[in-house]
Design a protein around this ligand. Sequence first.
Ligand code: FEO
Ligand code: CA
Ligand code: CA
Ligand code: CA
Length: 647
Amino acid sequence: MLDENPNGSNPSSNPWLSELIEKRADRRSVLGGALGVAAAQFLGGSLFSRKANAAASATSSTPSGLLGFTEVPPSTADTIIVPAGYTWDVLLPWGTPLFSAVAAYQSDASNTSSDQQGQVGFNHDAIFFYPIGTGAQANRRGLIAMNHEYTDASQIYTAAQGSTITNDAAGREKVAKALAGHGCTIAEVVQDPATGVWSHVVDSTYNRRITGTTPVQFSGPVSPSHPLLQSAVTPSPLGTLNNCGAGMTPWGTYLTCEENFNGYFGTTSTTWTATPLESRYGVSKTGFGYNWHVAEPRFDVNVNRNEVNHFGWVVEIDPFNPSAPPIKRTSLGRFKHEAAHTTISRSRACVYMGDDENGDYVYKYVSRKPWQVALAAGESPLDQGVLFVARFDANGNGTWIPLVFGAGPLTEANGWQDQADILIRTRQAADAVGATRCHRPEWITENATTRDIFVAFTNGTGNNSAVNSGRDPNPYGHIIKLREPFGDHTRLTFTWSVYMIAGDSQYDATVPATQPLFGSPDGLWSDYDGRLWIQTDISNSSQNRADRGYDRIANNQMLAADPATGELKRFLTGPRGCEITGVHTTPDGKTMFVNVQHPGESTSYWNGLNGTPSTANPSTVSTWPFGGRPRSATVVVRKLDGGVIGT
Ligand code: FEO
Ligand code: CA
Ligand code: CA
Ligand code: CA
């Protein structure tokens, strides 16, 4: 189904991605088109040549000594803590102007929606570094592409404005500012060779904001002309929302994932009731309390019913082409997307994705054509292919079940109209084929050597199958390891195991007493040496609370694991009320970019001590990073001796 012979020649002889890229003599001719120019520039940055860099480096690690740093303890401090011998700086905090013509950040939150359109967005999430140049230069200059998941009404409005959305011009301006704080930031960054400190390049031609109102395109089987996508307010679709996880493609683009899009929609109608489709995606009268529908009919599910179906997609952005519109790649399905780890097997683009909802699924997409062939023909490898959903059997085996119109129960007789229908209603199609319900699948990454896939299950209840760690409730979460035959990611079967359970042995005897304390794993990234970076997102209703078993674990954090030895160490702890999410390094591994999201968000533990944050006082939980109003930001971590991060 995927190709002529999906299980043919022994794939273990397939080269790894870096070799594929390095062996290609004429990159531009292979890639072609506008995207190809960007990709060629990107590939020229030696992103995947870390192996070669490491071989020449005195600080190169051996598998047995991958984690050379001294672990930091759990922390309740309102700051970032990194191991001895490391340093950190703040880069691109919320509100930073990307252009000289844009107003400066105002600490009283008085920046307008128009200002916010040209400033770094709110609530930083996934982040990737795209090198510019070759050799050493590629480690000193590049583009940051990052997500901004949502906005916090207690932090983005002034004390006089308050947080309530009203049905008037003031309310519409507040919604406009929130929409402008969402989406993505593309920013050129550069390292000062004298000090090692990174800064952003104001007015770089690459600098760009993509927001909740940026014109977007759709590609693949689902078109905006589909009856379920007809929106009276936005006949031409606008924007991307709740951008959480992300992926970096081998052709140099950024995949931003739309997660809890349902929360923005609601209605004051007393007669509106949800369809089965709306119910399955959590669309309700109240949403998550943003109340944008009060001021903007665009978000009123009663008067503009199909707008919500414009969201829940993976969106491709070319960071090197600021004039290229974001494209919603509908072949990758519609759900609460978390991560889009993209890799190559048998020349096919393979994308691993989680649907972050308790009881939802793990997905994989495999392109029909070899990725270079598709690009050379002016097509996207993400437009024609097969979307699969995972069934995890209790015996450690697993199957990728195709979500294809006409296959299995997905027939006209069962009410399915075509492939577009299956993709708009992905969750229901996955229900129909018997996918395995999971404890909130979040980020997915891949060990570059073993090609093992790691999936973070952040926490959950019910659905107590083996893949959910055998714990119900499972407040701490776990990480599973998934292995496909010969590391071939186009395969239809796999084996799986629980790689690591999170928690505190004081409250949960199944957790190893000697394991570093952590809970609710979310962000994952396997670096060029094979270190598995694990980031946590303990909810603010549990963070720091003894009655939730989270007091000793304390603030959210980032750890590193060596999958070869089982070693695990805590590397970084975050300020109060934040989650740590998004991690990537320069190709040489010597600069690490980590995002700190929602410092100072309403957190029941800290609220109890210091009061609940509000527009009148947004700083009760945290004042990170600069004192006063808390601000999401990227943290740049370096080793003082200039070595590889983690050594
Ligand atoms: Fe936005 Fe599933 O974390
Ligand atoms: Ca988040
Ligand atoms: Ca997340
Ligand atoms: Ca999360």
